[in-house]
Design a protein around this ligand. Structure first.
Ligand SMILES: NC(=O)c1ccc[n+]([C@@H]2O[C@H](COP(=O)([O-])OP(=O)(O)OC[C@H]3O[C@@H](n4cnc5c(N)ncnc54)[C@H](OP(=O)(O)O)[C@@H]3O)[C@@H](O)[C@H]2O)c1
Length: 293
């Protein structure tokens, strides 16, 4: 009998919210053979460990879900942020280049932080204004120069039923309190991590099945859910869809100071990824409804 082709995919940082969504999707991609590694198996801040792991194991793709994601803490830990967000992707990309395989790596809408208020395109000027955003941008460049077969997915406001994120925090606080203050002057687009993981696997599947040329799996793409909202609107929708009776008051960013500055507007234009890979993307409210259900 003819065996179906199978592709070996390494997922690093596999215990984070995005990494865990890949585990959930395994069954829908029978042609892919997944290896999931958390920090305890492959610490991506150890260059030697990466070299040894890649010498002992062969893959067709590496999807890096590991990152230093503590946005505020990064302001006081720039070295740790740099190690996780710049050195680690550089070393992973180098290991992938030696195997001749593509690296998929994730970056952030926070690389855009200026006065623009129309959706950002991939070629727009980047103006990161926090340690986290600067290290994420430097990590994109480091990975791309270590391996030309690197695809960067810049995404925004990621949540999932796993890990730490705004939706889970709101669901907890909304059940504990009668009212909450949430900023309404930061505008962007939520992204359900399951949709992001699914889109990533679809991109690889389409390349493997010859629907999309292999050389499209490199460079920078934007991916978030569709639509636009403020964190205040997002919180209202979470409570409405979850049936939680908690009042939400809109407040200004200046009344909710954080160590790291966030962009006032960071909506991503997804025209490129939709056109090249033929992806259909759900409105953020529909994706949220799916997660809460
Ligand atoms: N969350 C968002 O809103 C958002 C927005 C835009 C872009 N992104 C990007 O999306 C990607 C996925 O983020 P996420 O939301 O899934 O983050 P997450 O839930 O914080 O997951 C990150 C994972 O990386 C792991 N990790 C950290 N350092 C590691 C190391 N040295 N070796 C191996 N694993 C390590 C963490 O493990 P430990 O728990 O052990 O530290 C954690 O499991 C990241 O590149 C992030 O920058 C996220």
């Amino acid at each position: 009998m003819h065996e179906p082709a199978s592709f070996r995919i390494l997922i690093t940082g596999a215990n984070g919210q995005l990494g865990r969504e890949f585990r959930e999707l395994q069954g829908g991609f029978p042609a892919f053979r997944f290896t999931f590694t958390g920090r305890e198996v492959l610490d991506v801040t150890q260059e030697k460990a990466i070299r040894e792991y890649f010498a002992a194991n062969k893959f067709d793709y590496c999807i890096n879900c590991a990152a230093y994601t503590a946005v505020d803490k990064a302001e006081s830990e720039p070295e740790a942020a740099r190690l996780g967000n710049v050195d680690a992707p550089r070393w992973l990309a180098g290991a992938c280049a030696r195997q001749g395989i593509p690296l998929v790596h994730y970056s952030t809408d926070y690389v855009y932080h200026n006065q623009q208020n129309t959706p950002f395109k991939e070629e727009d000027t980047t103006t990161p204004q926090s340690v986290y955003a600067r290290t994420k941008l430097a990590g994109e460049e480091a990975a791309r120069s270590a391996n030309p077969q690197t695809v960067i997915l810049r995404t925004s406001w990621v949540y999932s039923s796993f890990g730490h994120n705004f939706v889970r925090t709101m669901l907890r606080l909304g059940r504990e309190r009668d009212s909450l203050n949430v900023v309404f002057d930061q505008v962007g687009t939520p992204t359900y991590a399951r949709g992001l993981a699914h889109a990533t696997l679809e991109m690889i599947r389409k390349v493997e099945e010859g629907e999309v040329p292999r050389d499209k799996l490199q460079g920078i793409y934007h991916y978030s859910d569709e639509g636009v909202c403020s964190w205040y609107d997002f919180a209202l929708a979470i409570f409405e869809l979850a049936g939680i009776d908690c009042k939400v008051a809109p407040i200004e960013t200046k009344d909710f100071p954080t160590a790291a500055a966030r962009p006032p507007y960071s909506v991503l234009n997804k025209g490129k990824i939709k056109e090249v890979f033929g992806l259909e993307i759900r409105h953020w409210r529909e994706a949220l409804r799916g997660m809460i259900a």
